[in-house]
Write a protein of this length. Structure first.
Length: 308
């Protein structure tokens, strides 16, 4: 138990996992999780719910649940708004955030350029009931105030440009880099974990191959201080307007199979499964992700980056 607590405190204070933001394989379908400039790009009301279970069967594996919605203002299409809520649980560590989104779009004849900002609160802390203590008299568990939950304000910013068959975006998250968790040792010394700014660059294309077949390549580049940049490469095929299948490679040595099915005129179901190609594959059964999307007045799917 003491080894677990020591590892937990080191993780919290020194942020050994430099990638603090949740990881998603289906980022191309709901880029609001990455770039607030994406808000309103569907030109209709759109809502998504995503559940991700990473490193299946690994003790304390990350589990993430998110919900988001966004829409342009009906009478003022240059303005869009949205909301993003997520909960990320890693072992006993619990991270919750709620962010409001606003985007201003410059509308050109054949393209749009959007500037978006997200702002809201994040709560980081510990679920004490998730500890399985072998020593009930462990002073760390008795003095739970040694590691305090903390609610902070944070903001994200993004630029998003798109046409009928192309998109590109730049964004940054955790701009304020606030303290996220307080830790007090047995001598009364206080240390804190600090959020790191994350930077994202992404682009994608829609290339028609026939009347009912579209090739959709895309990539996402993620960068954060003190961590190796990470690149996601995706190649998907849209088969009619009802089915998509794709393959992604992540430079941390993971391979993802992605599919999306149109369940009705307004509802879409997305599934993905990741296979880890590095040493982690010995300790888990991969990762899976389930996404449910809803669009009001969704019509026939056209060539548009909103379907990536």
């Amino acid at each position: 138990m003491k080894k677990l607590l020591t590892a937990l405190m080191i993780l919290a204070v020194n942020s050994l996992f430099a990638q603090q933001e949740a990881l998603f394989s289906q980022y191309m379908f709901n880029k609001l999780t990455i770039n607030p400039g994406y808000a309103g790009s569907h030109d209709k009301f759109a809502a998504d719910v995503v559940y991700r279970y990473q490193w299946v069967q690994m003790d304390g594996a990350p589990k993430t649940l998110t919900a988001s919605l966004h829409t342009p203002f009906p009478k003022f299409p240059q303005h869009s708004m949205g909301l993003y809520i997520s909960n990320d649980k890693i072992g006993p560590m619990n991270y919750t955030e709620a962010l409001a989104t606003y985007a201003y779009r410059i509308i050109f004849p054949k393209s749009k350029l959007s500037f978006g900002i997200q702002a809201g609160i994040k709560n980081n802390g510990i679920l004490w009931d998730d500890f399985r203590a072998y020593d009930e008299d462990d002073p760390f568990l008795i003095n739970k105030n040694q590691m305090d939950n903390k609610t902070i304000f944070d903001a994200n910013f993004g630029i998003y440009y798109y046409t009928e068959n192309f998109y590109a975006g730049l964004s940054s998250q955790q701009l304020l880099q606030n303290q996220s968790l307080l830790v007090t040792d047995s001598l009364g010394n206080t240390q804190f974990a600090k959020l790191s700014a994350h930077f994202f660059g992404m682009t994608g294309f829609a290339i028609p191959l026939g009347e009912s077949l579209v090739f959709l390549p895309s990539f996402l580049l993620k960068s954060v201080k003190n961590a190796t940049p990470q690149l996601d490469l995706n190649a998907s095929l849209q088969i009619t307007d009802a089915f998509l299948i794709g393959l992604s490679y992540r430079t941390v040595e993971a391979l993802s199979v992605i599919t999306e099915v149109k369940l009705s005129q307004n509802i879409f179901l997305g599934l993905s499964y990741d296979v880890w190609l590095n040493k982690l594959k010995t300790y888990n059964k991969g990762s899976y992700e389930i996404r449910l999307s809803y669009e009001i007045n969704s019509g026939k799917r056209m060539l548009s980056p909103r379907y990536f």
